[in-house]
Write a protein that binds this ligand. Structure first.
Ligand code: ADP
Ligand code: MG
Length: 265
């Protein structure tokens, strides 16, 4: 989740998920962005879908089981199509019944009962009802960002949204951490932004907030052109260029994430 565009959300959802699957986990991807970039990245053409996550969210007759597609070994996706753009207003119309925030959770319960180790949700670049639905279903929030000027701008608003959903409908929601994307460690700027970020996270430690334990996840994902190329082939980095630095970084990140889960259990 990050309401900024172009920070590495989709790249991280696809390749962190694929790395976890490569390591033996069963992974479900959910594309909640009307741009359908994750769907394309996983090799599904959003134009040819009979049913998408949009139909699932808006049509009582369509279930997640109807929409899910297998996209590789141990990987399935609930794909998006571009008319997901209208879904925010359709979700808003469920507010009267008290279902506007929880329809994703409601509609995926039966599919999730089939047993996935990880559900990777790619959020749109906004803090609207689609993102709120993701937060109502999630247990952990990952915030991809670039160590640029203004990287921290918007972070308070993002965390405030997480806090509201945690208090309202999902008490177990936690912010696991920040994933640094397109990272250029050698720049002075990146160092300064990281110091600011560390200070920001440190200040939350004594507070009763869902980001009190958030960390900067390791390793940062280096800028690597292969990561930018693979979506246009509908492939994750692990089939497109399995030995490149991007594949290496996402494999290492998956190991950190899996290790954190083991500690939390
Ligand atoms: P978001 O989903 O937040 O909008 P994307 O994951 O689509 O961001 O990334 C934005 C652009 O940057 C895309 O073109 C993507 O291919 C590219 N990109 C993301 N991560 C990297 C990286 N580590 N190295 C090089 N290019 C990257
Ligand atoms: Mg995206």
């Amino acid at each position: 989740m990050n309401q900024k565009g172009g920070v590495g959300k989709t790249t991280t959802t696809a390749n962190l998920g694929a790395a976890l699957a490569e390591q033996g986990a069963r992974v479900l991807f959910i594309d909640l962005d009307p741009q359908a970039h994750l769907t394309l990245h996983m090799g599904v053409d959003p134009e040819t879908l009979e049913r998408s996550v949009y139909d699932m969210l808006t049509d009582p007759a369509v279930s997640a089981v109807d929409v899910a597609q297998q996209v590789g070994e141990r990987m399935s996706i609930l794909p998006a199509e571009t008319n997901l753009a209208g879904v925010e207003s359709e979700l808003a119309s469920l507010a009267a019944e008290g279902r506007a925030q929880g329809v994703l959770r409601e509609k995926t319960a039966a599919l999730l009962a089939q047993g996935f180790d990880y559900v990777m949700i790619d959020c749109p670049p906004s803090l609207g009802l689609l993102t709120v639905n993701a937060l109502a279903l999630a247990t952990e929030v990952f915030v991809p960002m670039q160590a640029h000027y203004l990287a921290l701008q918007g972070l308070s608003k993002l965390l405030q949204t997480v806090g509201l959903v945690q208090q309202g409908v999902n008490p177990s929601l936690r912010v696991t951490g920040i994933v640094l994307c397109m990272h250029e460690a050698q720049t002075i700027l990146a160092g300064e932004v990281l110091a600011d970020l560390a200070g920001f996270l440190e200040a939350a430690r004594p507070m009763e907030v869902p980001w009190r334990d958030a960390v900067v996840l390791q390793p940062p994902i280096r800028r690597n052109i292969k990561l930018a190329e693979c979506p246009s082939f509908g492939q994750t980095i692990f089939t497109y260029a399995p030995q490149c630095p991007g594949a290496h970084d996402y494999r290492q990140l998956a190991q950190s994430v899996a290790g954190m889960g083991a500690r939390g259990a």
